[in-house]
Design a protein around this ligand. Structure first.
Ligand SMILES: Cc1cc2nc3c(=O)[nH]c(=O)nc-3n(C[C@H](O)[C@H](O)[C@H](O)COP(=O)(O)OP(=O)(O)OC[C@H]3O[C@@H](n4cnc5c(N)ncnc54)[C@H](O)[C@@H]3O)c2cc1C
Length: 500
């Protein structure tokens, strides 16, 4: 239960000190500090909305995020409990030039988010509703919903819906980039399930967007959705359950790398079959390790085994094959490591690349580079490369012009995860350079004209063309100018307001 607003606000204002930091932000130049501004705004907020300052009560728990590499920093966090409060907060932040981030699952990791310094966190974690409409076969969610919240409700109603792989990621946060995952080949991207949204714009207006209402905005949201406003509600089309998912966890000897990469690179993937290849280092055996986590949706285990023959034939030294309910897909695939992968407050310096061509030689080359790197840099041995080879039949069945997302023809999403124990470790320089070098290697043979990246996997140093696609930018920039001309939603790989 929330305390009454006056008590909450008073205690929050009294508790914890804000660092007297240099007056770098515009609102400081205006002569007001954030406590005063928030204090002045409280009368219009509902009495269940909670405000937190550094050092006070829940500040850490409402701002803790997955990645602590180059993170944003906040002078205050507010947990609104009504849409009207979100409107008031956006208006307040805009009026006082307060930099802010709306946060859902707090698994965003691009370094562009770290440009929000001494700002305000609009913590959306209160909005956890997941509502099924069986007649319309839709599920409607709030912006605090993560995939783990969606699985049981949709599944228990007899349906499935596109999701990402890990349980802890915000569903709307993933959707607004595109939302890639294990059902891509069968049902398409998460944006392909999206039917409509409600959004608070930079002006504090509430708009709805769908194929029939504000269709141009709806087009832009599906691929660049962090740029236009705060989505307060999203409705998705569900699909009748296809039954259990067949999961294959396989581990290969590092010496099998050439055969394994050639097999994955040349393997035919029917719509239901996904292959995730993970290059990592086993600190117990002190050896590189090659893990494959595959899933098959929409068929029997016998059928799945037939499609998986090319990988099974290579005799992995570890093999765990099982049927699992779709709702436990995140938790029980990939060696059941979801909990560890989801753990908060870790250093992840991530570089992403899209591939539409699979060049096994590049994969071998990067594995050899990594093996050397792991050997020479023990402090960064938890670094890994993850290749998500998702079939894209249903993704390319949707015309490219239908949504802003520009990379429907991608067949593998590479996530280069450079890791070390804590910020400030001197290994950062060499690890970061390795991340960039590997990205470069993959980009060269990606089948695209240089580097392209799924915007939600972007590092933050890419150009708008590399994230949003040259062909989409003119139209996207027009939308940005219309809905957010002063770029208050400007920290998540922001769009320009004019292009070219
Ligand atoms: C472990 C892990 C696994 C992942 N797996 C997948 C995957 O399988 N598929 C996939 O597509 N992506 C995946 N991602 C990437 C993921 O889509 C992005 O990191 C996404 O930004 C996370 O959203 P969030 O709400 O959790 O994060 P947050 O940090 O809360 O949000 C990131 C940014 O998104 C914007 N945003 C969030 N919510 C809203 C909203 N309601 N309205 C407007 N803007 C909003 C804001 O700018 C916010 O700062 C993964 C990330 C991690 C860390």
């Amino acid at each position: 239960m929330h305390l009454s607003s006056s008590l909450l606000f008073t205690s929050a204002l009294l508790a914890g000190g804000i660092n007297a930091s240099p007056a770098t932000n515009a609102y400081r130049r205006q002569g007001a500090d954030m406590r005063t501004i928030i204090g002045d705004t409280t009368p219009v907020l509902s009495n269940t909305t909670a405000v937190h300052f550094p050092g006070s009560g829940d500040f850490f728990s409402v701002t803790e995020r997955w990645d602590i590499y180059r993170p944003p920093s906040y002078q205050a966090a507010i947990t609104p409990t009504t849409e009207a409060d979100i409107v008031s907060l956006v208006k307040m932040a805009k009026q006082h030039n307060i930099p802010f981030l709306a946060t859902g699952g707090r698994h965003g990791y691009g370094t562009s988010l770290g440009k929000c310094q001494e700002g305000l966190a609009i913590d959306l974690s209160h909005f956890k509703d997941v509502t099924i409409d069986k007649q319309r076969e839709t599920v409607t969610i709030g912006p605090g919903v993560v995939f783990a919240d969606v699985f049981p409700v949709v599944s228990d109603a007899g349906y499935q819906v596109q999701t990402g792989t890990c349980s802890c990621v915000g569903m709307i946060g993933a959707t607004i980039g595109a939302g890639i995952g294990r059902l891509d080949g069968v049902h398409g991207l998460v944006i392909d399930a999206l039917e409509s949204v409600r959004m608070v714009t930079a002006n504090g207006d509430i708009v709805e967007a769908s194929k029939t209402k504000n269709p141009e905005l709806f087009w832009g949201i599906r691929g660049a959705g962090a740029n236009f406003g705060i989505i307060t509600q999203a409705t998705y089309k569900m699909h009748k359950s296809m039954g259990d998912i067949i999961s294959f966890d396989l581990i290969y000897e590092p010496e099998q790398n050439v055969t394994l990469f050639n097999t994955v690179a040349n393997m035919y993937l029917p719509p239901g079959l996904t292959v995730e290849t993970i290059m990592s280092y086993n600190q117990t055996t002190e050896k590189p390790t090659l893990i494959v986590s595959s899933t098959y949706a929409g068929g029997s285990e016998a059928e799945a085994r037939r499609w998986m023959q090319p990988l099974l034939r290579l005799n992995p030294w570890y093999k765990d094959i099982k049927a699992i309910p779709w709702k436990r897909m995140s938790k029980e695939t990939a060696l059941g490591l979801d909990k560890e992968v989801c753990a908060n407050s870790q250093v992840f310096d991530i570089y992403g690349v899209n591939l539409r061509r699979h060049d096994a030689n590049t994969w071998v080359k990067t594995f050899n580079k990594l093996a050397k790197f792991w050997n020479e840099q023990p402090a960064a041995q938890s670094s890994a490369v993850v290749l998500e080879t998702w079939p894209n039949q249903a993704v390319v069945a949707v015309p490219d012009s239908e949504t802003a997302y520009p990379w429907r023809d991608a067949t593998t999403y590479v996530m280069i995860q450079m890791r070390w124990d804590a910020p400030g470790n001197p290994v950062e320089t060499v690890a970061d350079a390795m991340g960039r070098e590997l990205r470069n290697d993959y980009a060269k043979t990606s089948g695209y004209n240089g580097l392209t990246v799924y915007v939600n996997y972007a590092h933050g140093d890419e150009t708008p063309e590399q994230m949003y696609g040259r062909n989409k930018l003119h139209r996207l920039a027009k939308l940005k100018k219309q809905y957010d001309p002063s770029s208050v939603f400007g920290f998540h790989n922001p769009l320009p307001t004019s292009y070219p």
